[in-house]
Design a binder for this molecule. Structure first.
Ligand code: ADP
Ligand code: MG
Length: 320
């Protein structure tokens, strides 16, 4: 591991034979980012489908082979967690490294985040998916890995309809944090970056937790909490933690969900909830608010939390 938390020792065999010897590309592209194209493929020997991520080794004239090894090393480490995408094989050509990944056929959660009502997530869906995302991220954090690029384009689904399970992808920016690395140079996607990144302050696992706060906000409301008309306005909204928690935006969403998001969109990284704390939050540990009758059997005072004191109407006159 170097001083920036980049890990380059990997155990996966790097295959030098042509990728096309063992795989057939099928159909359309699954997605693309700045330096990668991801295509669906079939393994000839088994007929199984995979997602092949083609990464250019040279980017803007620089050799990025070690950054790709870092991405592979994190995928190897996370093999034990079901919510991190599986790595099957690695190929190398003169110009590219190809990661053969488990195929998450349901695509990005981004699509449902911006979808119309009938296709959008319900709060019950978001609760189930949030638990899975946090399970994966808690695993990474226990192993001192920060993802640093958590956003709806990097959270995939095993299937879209019926709604399947989460797979976290894209470890291109991830770092090992056991040295509390002074990683000040990385910039993720503007809308999802934490205030400490904008201020060039040290990054920690809490940086991911901010992004999860933004992610859950978007999944529940369909709106990006800090997005301004331009980058500058977005950055200002982030550094001032200018968030709309109005009834209007959170119509039909429980106040526990709002409370959960508020525990993450906290400017001071030390005061932000951790992944473990999030997993223990009442929002993720109670029955769906859309089925209030299911609550009838249990006695906890947290069982009917949809409305906070100030906004709830008493159902019957208070005893005098
Ligand atoms: P980049 O580092 O360039 O952002 P990603 O790993 O995020 O690359 O992949 C780019 C896009 O390709 C993703 O946003 C997603 O849409 C798609 N994709 C990546 N991995 C998979 C996969 N395992 N299964 C299905 N689609 C994938
Ligand atoms: Mg990506």
């Amino acid at each position: 591991m170097n001083k920036n938390g980049i890990v380059t020792e990997i155990h996966t065999k790097i295959r030098k034979e042509p990728f096309s010897t063992n795989y057939e590309l099928v159909g359309k592209e699954l997605g693309r980012g700045k330096f990668a194209v991801v295509k669906k493929c079939t393994e000839k020997a088994t007929g199984k489908q995979y997602a092949a991520k083609f990464l250019r080794k040279r980017r803007k004239g620089a050799d990025c082979r070690m950054d790709i090894f870092n991405e592979i090393a994190v995928l190897e480490l996370a093999k034990a967690n079901p919510y991190v995408v599986g790595l099957h094989e690695v190929y190398e050509t003169n110009s590219e490294i190809i990661l053969v990944l488990e195929c998450a056929a349901g695509g990005e959660i981004f699509d449902q985040c911006v979808a119309d009502n009938d296709e959008a997530f319900t709060e019950k869906d978001v609760i189930r998916l949030a638990k899975q995302i946090l399970n994966g991220v808690a695993f990474l954090h226990r192993n001192n890995v920060v993802h640093l690029d958590l956003k709806p384009q990097n959270i995939l689904l095993t299937s879209a309809r019926p709604l399947g399970d989460i797979r976290i992808v894209d470890f291109g920016l991830s770092r090992r944090m056991d040295k509390i690395a002074e990683v000040r140079e990385i910039l993720g996607t503007p809308e999802y970056v934490a205030p400490e990144i904008l201020n060039y302050e040290p990054i920690s696992i809490a940086t991911d937790m901010w992004s999860i706060g933004v992610l859950i906000y978007v999944m529940l409301t369909g709106e990006s909490p800090f997005l301004g008309d331009d980058k500058q306005e977005t950055f200002l909204n982030i550094s001032q933690v200018n968030v709309d928690y109005s009834q209007d935006t959170f119509e039909g969403i429980s106040s526990l969900a709002v409370d959960f998001i508020k525990s993450l969109l906290v400017k001071n990284p030390r005061k932000r909830a951790t992944a473990e704390e999030c997993l223990n939050h009442p929002w993720l540990n109670h029955l769906s608010p859309s089925h209030p009758h299911l609550h009838a059997m249990s006695a906890s005072s947290l069982d009917e939390p949809e409305m906070s004191q100030s906004e709830s109407e008493p159902e019957s006159p208070a005893p005098s």
